[in-house]
Design a protein around this ligand. Structure first.
Ligand code: SF4
Length: 448
């Protein structure tokens, strides 16, 4: 049972990683769907969007073939509205709130319509915003992910010059490096970053890492304000025996490799176990299957009622043929000749609710063992605690603490997104970037 690459042919890889949410193929298709919208007053779809995109307005604009206007409506609220239309868990956000659900009819395909407008804007490079004249103010943003780019775009529109410090070689953050390729391609992510920066006034310096290439003190001294949007880091350790064996990988690294290498270069086992049931776990499991793993099993210590992923995501994994074992917690990783050979799990049952409000899993004392050759850990990401503590940023277990204006305990230094909340959706990070931009503008525009 070897872990190898090249398990499939080129065309099989192409097919397995093609777009899971195909766009509308015709103007008529988009128009028919847009015309189903009831253009609700006080629209619940808009209220359930963390960035408050005016959904009825952009859909109405599609019905009159005003695609530029529609894209402008979307991007005014969410400059990553293109990427979000591909990766947002819409069934628990806008589409889940659509009134058609109450009528027991299919909700409006808001994400597909959003994609219809934003794809055209990005492909045709429509410049829908104009920068205000330069204010003389300069802001440093650390991290070119959704929070950083969203903050940069809002500030640049207001005439502030932005320098973004990004440790990777590409922008987009989690969108570029941490999401399944069949949801959003690396090419699209690059186009989206280019589209955002094409406004002007935003310079991204790649390969520049906070704490290595530039210090927080330098940034604080050189700029009128600093926005930390450094995201979160690697997967939480399981803390069990055998974790260092060959064949045990963390989901973030697995997906990162997939996003930065040709598919036929990525090694995958024949019998893969993914530990966890969040979106990252699903992305790792489905992609392992699509890379040619014969068997993929997701192991989760609670039940379907408590799982963090959406039902739609679970269904993708099921449709891909992934097996699910509920109420099972990894106890020990078994190995032979330094390589993974099995995973022993505790059989769990649910006890009283914990601090998250979910019933906490308890061991029943029974165990079972799965024969595996690869284990992918997707048990949540950890904040960059060392970096945060080294810089004496006030934090809670590595999550940076901010006040109601978005400021940290450092003067002029703001923070937002995953490094503050511990990791939420892309759309939440976009809103965090907007909130930070508002706080920064309040600060820097009143200092003269
Ligand atoms: Fe249209 Fe549904 Fe939103 Fe109403 S809730 S405005 S029908 S998308």
């Amino acid at each position: 049972m070897p872990i190898t690459n090249n398990k499939l042919t080129f065309s099989e890889y192409q097919e397995n990683f093609s777009d899971i949410h195909p766009p509308f193929e015709t103007v008529e298709g988009a128009s028919v769907e847009a015309n189903r919208c009831l253009f609700c007053y006080d629209a619940p779809c808009m209220k359930s969007c963390p960035t408050s995109i005016d959904v009825p307005k952009f859909i109405k604009q599609i019905t009159t073939d005003n695609i530029k206007g529609s894209a402008h409506t979307i991007f005014s609220a969410n400059i990553m509205g293109g990427g979000c239309s591909k990766v947002c868990p819409v069934e628990k956000l806008c589409e889940g709130a659509c009134v058609y659900n109450l009528l027991e009819e299919k909700p409006i395909s808001i994400a597909r319509l959003q994609r219809y407008s934003t794809d055209q804007a990005i492909e045709q490079k429509w410049q829908l915003f104009k920068r205000k004249p330069f204010t003389g103010k300069k802001v440093a943003v650390v991290g070119a992910g959704p929070a950083g780019l969203s903050c940069a775009h809002v500030l640049s529109r207001e005439g502030v010059d932005i320098t973004v410090y990004e440790k990777e070689q590409k922008g987009g953050g989690l969108m570029t490096y941490g999401i399944a390729a069949y949801k959003v391609t690396p090419e699209f992510c690059e186009e989206e970053v280019d589209y955002i920066t094409s406004l002007g006034g935003i310079e991204i310096l790649y390969g520049r890492e906070l704490g290595k290439d530039i210090s927080l003190v330098e940034l604080q001294n050189q700029y009128d304000a600093v926005f930390l949007a450094i995201g979160v880091g690697l997967t939480r350790e399981l803390g069990i025996k055998g974790e260092k064996l060959e064949g045990v990988e963390d989901a973030i690294s697995f997906i990162y490799n997939l996003r930065t290498n040709p598919y036929n270069n990525i090694q995958v086992g024949d019998k893969v176990v993914v530990i966890g049931m969040g979106m990252t776990a699903i992305d790792a499991a489905t992609q392992a299957k699509r890379l040619g793993a014969k068997e993929v099993t997701l192991v989760y210590r609670r039940t379907q009622d408590e799982m963090p992923c959406t039902e739609a995501e679970l269904n993708i994994a099921k449709l891909d043929g992934c097996k699910i074992i509920w109420l099972a917690a990894p106890k020990k990783i078994l190995g032979k000749h330094g390589k993974v050979s099995g995973l022993m799990c505790d059989v769990m049952q649910l006890g009283a609710p914990d601090t998250s409000g979910r019933r906490s899993p308890e061991s029943t004392g029974e165990t079972f063992t799965l024969e595996v050759d690869m284990i992918i850990k997707a048990t949540g990401q950890l904040p960059f605690e060392k970096l945060v503590s080294y810089n004496e940023l006030q934090n809670r277990n590595g999550k940076i603490t901010i006040d109601e204006n978005g400021i940290t305990n450092w003067a002029k230094v703001f923070a937002g997104g995953d490094c503050v909340n511990g990791g939420k959706e892309v759309v939440d990070a976009v809103q965090a970037g907007k909130d930070a931009a508002k706080g920064i503008l309040n600060l820097i525009m009143k200092t003269d």
